[in-house]
Design a protein around this ligand. Sequence first.
Ligand code: ARG
Length: 401
Amino acid sequence: MTEKSKKTVVLVYSGGLDTSICIPMMKEDYGYDHVVTVTVDVGQSAEDIQQAAEKAKIMGTEHYTVDAKEEFAAEYCFRAVKANAMYEGYPLSTSIARPLIAAKAVEIAQKIGATAFAHGCTGKGNDQFRIEYGIRALMPEAVIHAPIREKNLTRTWEIEYAKKKNIPIQQSLEKIWSIDENLWGRSIEGGRLEEPNFAPPEEIFQWTSSPETAPDVVTTLKIDFKLGVPVALNGEALGASLLVMKANRFAGDNGIGRIDVMEDRMLGLKVRENYECPGAMLILNAHKALEALVLTREEIKFKEKVDAQWSDIAYQGLWWDPFKDDLEAFINQTQKRVTGTVTLRLYKGGMQVIGRESPWALYSEDLASFDTTTFDQRESTGMVKNFGLQQRMFFHLAKKL
Ligand code: ARG
């Protein structure tokens, strides 16, 4: 280990309150003389990315911005699509970004020869698991510091500390929202939102119109899927990240994707969470509709269980766990037929699938229609007669005994 690497720490940096106060702390309390900040662009606003770089400059760190948007959309969001990923009504937007952020921080550390890391996660949330699993999976010798957790800090204390250290922050004691944003959605936490009975104020939403202000006309949208992932919107072929951005716009403008849930965190804490995930909710809804057309009844039933397991693993951030690969082997096999087009109507916070088609459709109008005789109804007689056999036997026994 070189002298430089011993004294260098790589800080996973968003530019927000928690990670910003880590900069002076790494020097003053943890004894590092070189702080390297890494901001991974997974689709948060361009302004956030720029502000993080500016703050890092003001605070004198060596700063890296890593553009991972396309990788995030194609390798993370789209895997979530194939798995219909959902945890307690939340499409895992924050969760799936964390392993990628950890991987990019490790790449920078390897480049500059560092093995020490810091992150701004609290000791109450899930992100500490996801970030640390990721870093340790890819660099087992890593030393990881988590100042907010290790010092048991509160946000009020952090705001005071930031002021004392002249760290520019957006939060005030009134507007204390902690926001996490990426292509797959926004999470808004903190302040009065922590109260399960406090109605989310309109100001927390940035990507979604309220149903009241959404357009008074219906938007019709066609989504083409190929091998389980979306490839075009209204016939326009799009790369992964651009497609997700546009899906966010279509759904968000129509008031779709606001989520307000009580969430069971990994540590067992129940927490009130607000999200807006317009594109994710839209794409997942369409994907499920296409699966319903092409997969067999047993595939769908079994896949629901596989999808739930995949979602748990993704929620926990165990991105490189072999069990995830095992589950994906099944998922990917099913997705070979999830090719086709789904049509949806979006209107004032609601969405409705109004059409689906696929070369793999397990549907035949000729068989199912009321008006055809290809399916000979008379052949059903024997099956109908014997289908409820056990129930019938039980009922007669119960009457007799
Ligand atoms: N509870 C969510 C999760 O564990 C989101 C946390 C997002 N963090 C934030 N500071 N808003 O995935």
